[in-house]
Design a protein around this ligand. Sequence first.
Ligand SMILES: [Zn+2]
Length: 300
Amino acid sequence: MEYVNCNLCGHDQTRVRFPTTLPEGTPPQNVEAFRCTSPGYGRHHTIVQCQHCGLLYTNPRFEGGEILDSYVAVKDPLYLQERDGRVLTFQRHLHPLEKIKAPPGKLLDVGAYTGVFVEIAAQHGWDVRGVEPSQWAVEQARERGLHMIEGTLATSGLAAGELDVVTMWDVIEHVADPLGEMQQAQRLLKTGGLLVVHTMDIDSWFARVMGSRWPWLMEMHIYYFSQRTLKAMLEQAGFTVVRIEPQGRYLRLGYFATRIGGFSPLLGRLLGGAFRWLHLTQMPVPLNFGDLVTAYAIKT
Ligand SMILES: [Zn+2]
């Protein structure tokens, strides 16, 4: 594992905010923990806060190459079951985006995974591609006829200034160098182009109330932004943030019960049983605790 300086301001003075919950000697590479649907709530390495700018991040952590290798290798059949919920979520996510920039245009979805957003954006008239490191996920997307680039923004081979919109849904908290990722997006966007970043908000009331029990404190999340630190990093990467607001998601009740089960197995089983009994496992429900935010930033 390696120690890293703050990705936002470069300083290295930190204080521990959430001590590690992993037993000593935890195997260094656990691909399971890097699944999108990983139930590893409450399992994480030491999370520190930069004393200079306030950014929270995992430190020490696996090296950047190891982190990427885990995502290349990940397979996640449970995610396919949850496709309906993602479809509803992304359909809703497109509305505020299209109020700022309407199709047609070239859109790139970073960390596109199995291509759910790519497919919806294409239906809305965008000329859309996805970039994704997981070989398994890229295959799933290609089977649906979607235009996918296997790899990362840095290896995508796209030309500078060719894109109208770049989206990063639940991605920036996973990457080794989020500032570098935003700068790559800035390079690929046209002047006036839009970057949309959706991530968790560690400064939200729900995160504050939950403290160390906040479910997003997980091994696979290595950066924990607040609206303030997210805005600051976007500005440092050459963007003007035009809008930043909480944005929830849709889950099917059956899937919701499995997620709760990762947190409290008993409650998960009780809820799962109740939803099955009521024939409600397929019902989509909106979920918004205010602890997920979307930032809309224009390349200036
Ligand atoms: Zn800092």
